[in-house]
Design a protein around this ligand. Structure first.
Ligand code: DOR
Length: 479
């Protein structure tokens, strides 16, 4: 059982207002807000001067497990989540084997139940010939998934589906929500051949190969499919101003997200970071970056997600274009955003909407994403005044680097609860593991109909939480 915990005197980010109050956690849920200061509890946390937010829900991570676990695994990826205040993640199918069958999905869920310290869910990936599996995934009891991932544009893992007939079939004949990586393959190939003809490629060419046109063409194409088939659709990692404009017109059926690398970096960072700034979709201009922030403020983009995509430093050191695309971010996304709050560029209410309530609504994750009575006790306590430098050697992610190495950020998580149990605490005492039961999916709008309930699972983590001095926090012991 999760302990009865009183978090006293925090500034609590409630739906619509921040309030200085106390929150009681019991039985894995938020039992009371504005609890009496002397309520009986197993632990009282004095949170004066700190802010309590709903745990972050990250709807796009690549945790490489099974098959590519030299880069990351579900244990290290979920521990990095805990340190970053991410209490639920949805993971992508480009593992080895790929998650493209109901059996592979079931195997991944079983693996996660043993390895994860935060809540998890897994997409099923589309291929050119797995329609029956995509259909089955929507109605197989006990093997739940938030939706179908399509790579309409190739990236890590050879999962490209860009044949129009196949795409029509998937949008027409499946019921789960669809999400996609949108970069137009023929544009990418044509750009690449043109540039290769001029001489050896450098990493600066990555944004010329995967250019604006590639992103916009594929996003338009995918939205057209969603609209014609009236299929609930979410655009992953939007990178251009033009896509933001297109998305503003399709609110009812199509949702979209921005990632920290596109929000905080741009093409001017290649000189400094080299291939550490290489990801798909590529970095764009400072003007695109500004348009993404505006899109979040206007609601054309609803959420922030990481696209956490770890590769080792050795792999990233290969000469472009042999270097792999992707950057890690789950443990750094919240500090990056809190730093923006400290600079007055957005509010904690914005963060709660973009990073917790928004993803819960988009993916129909009931009982998560808000600090409200009866909701799951998935929470993160942050210290807005704490300034720390991001250091590669302190990263929990197995790849052990960050594009923000050397950057000082103000605003860091100090403690994270999943289902009322502490999964991370910075230099303070904590107890627990995680064992509550997961949320269940229900529709949040006429178009957002997830027919597959309970796709976000909360895992039982056995053993004690022990303090790890090297990592500066409390961690569940290995099982
Ligand atoms: O840069 C990326 N890396 N983008 C993706 O879509 C996939 C990811 C990966 O898995 O490495």
């Amino acid at each position: 059982m999760s302990p009865r915990t009183l978090i006293r005197d925090a500034t609590v980010v409630l739906p619509g207002e921040d309030a200085r109050t106390s929150v009681l956690l019991d039985g894995g849920r938020i039992a009371a807000i504005d609890a009496a200061p002397h309520t009986r509890a197993d632990e009282v946390v004095d949170a004066a001067g700190l802010h309590l937010l709903p745990g972050v829900i990250d709807d796009q991570v690549h945790f490489r497990d099974p098959g590519l676990t030299h880069k990351e695994d579900l244990r290290t990826g979920s521990m990095a989540c805990a340190a970053g205040g991410v209490t639920s993640f949805l993971e992508m199918p480009n593992t080895v084997p790929q998650t493209v069958t109901v059996d592979a999905l079931a195997a991944k869920l079983a693996l996660a139940s043993r390895r994860c310290v935060v809540n998890y869910g897994f997409y099923i990936g589309a291929t050119t010939d797995n329609l029956a599996e995509l259909q089955r995934a929507g109605r197989t009891p006990g093997v739940a998934t938030p939706g179908i991932k399509i790579f309409i544009g190739s990236s890590t893992g050879n999962m490209l589906v860009d044949d129009q007939e196949r795409l029509e079939e998937i949008f027409a004949e499946t019921t789960l929500p669809i999400t996609a990586h949108c970069e137009d393959e023929s544009t990418v190939r044509a750009n690449r051949s043109r540039l290769e003809a001029r001489g050896p490629l450098t990493v600066h060419d990555h944004s010329r190969i995967r250019d604006h046109r590639a992103a916009v063409t594929a996003t338009r194409r995918a939205i057209d499919l969603a609209v014609r088939h009236r299929h609930r659709f979410h655009v992953l990692h939007v990178s251009t101003a033009e896509e933001v404009g297109i998305l503003a017109a399709h609110h009812d059926l199509v949702t979209a997200e921005a990632c920290p690398h596109h929000l905080f970096l741009d093409t001017s960072d290649y000189g400094r970071l080299g291939t550490l700034a290489q990801m798909n979709p590529s970095l764009k201009s400072p003007e695109d970056r500004a348009a993404l922030w505006q899109g979040l403020r206007d609601g054309a983009l609803q959420i922030v997600a990481t696209d956490h995509a770890p590769h080792t430093l050795e792999e990233k050191a290969a000469a472009y274009p042999a270097s792999p695309s992707g950057v890690p971010a789950v443990e750094i996304v919240l500090p990056l955003m809190l730093d923006r709050v400290n600079r007055g560029a957005c509010t904690l209410q914005d963060l709660a909407r973009w990073m917790s309530d928004g993803p819960a609504r988009i993916w129909d994750i009931v009982g998560k994403g808000r600090i409200a009575e009866g909701y799951d006790a998935d929470l993160v306590l942050v210290d807005l005044s704490l300034a720390r430098e991001v250091r590669n050697e302190e990263q929990i992610t197995k790849c052990a680097w960050s594009p923000w190495h050397g950057t000082t950020l103000r605003g860091w998580p100090v403690r994270t609860w999943v289902g009322g149990r502490t999964v991370f605490a910075r230099g303070a005492h904590g107890t627990g593991g995680t064992d509550a039961s997961g949320g269940a999916g229900t529709p949040h709008s006429a178009h957002a109909r997830n027919t597959n309930p309970a796709f976000v699972e909360t895992m039982p983590v056995g053993g004690e939480i022990t303090f790890d001095h090297a990592r500066g926090g409390y961690w569940a012991t290995e099982m």
